[in-house]
Unconditional design. Structure first.
Length: 136
């Protein structure tokens, strides 16, 4: 079953705050093969953005079947570097949804903000979801 076109435009609640520490920045940097630094790598916001993506993926009203999802595209627009001491939350909005050849193409925008509500990074992603056929 395809995802409902009414999903486009829906915004999910913000995630719980994520406390950034020097240890978490170091661990992430080492995991992606870069030298740890004071500022987090530009892709670090995926840690917080993925929590927001989980809300979309696990919402039974959405109808996504996790085993049929491919992460098709990802990009980040950084407003300022992330540093230890930041407390980040992420809010995901489904910007686009279209069906093509039995596949749902879901475009999302996740705004990552700090404790004061200031935008830190915007993460854009596209998911391809192939719904299983329902036989009658």
């Amino acid at each position: 079953m395809a995802v409902s076109p009414e999903l486009a435009g829906r915004t999910f609640p913000p995630t719980a705050p994520y406390a950034v520490s020097a240890a978490k920045i170091r661990e992430f940097a080492l995991a992606i093969g870069v030298e740890p630094a004071e500022d987090a790598p530009p892709t670090f916001p995926i840690v917080v953005a993925f929590a927001a993506m989980q809300q979309l993926m696990h919402d039974p009203e959405v109808g996504i079947e996790l085993h049929n999802v491919v992460h098709r595209d990802q990009r980040f627009v950084q407003v300022r570097p992330i540093r230890a001491g930041d407390a980040l939350t992420a809010t995901l909005t489904v910007e686009t949804l279209r069906q093509a050849a039995g596949t749902d193409l879901i475009g999302t925008r996740t705004e990552v903000t700090d404790a004061s509500g200031e935008l830190v990074t915007t993460a854009y992603a596209t998911l391809a979801h192939r719904a299983t056929e329902v036989s009658v």
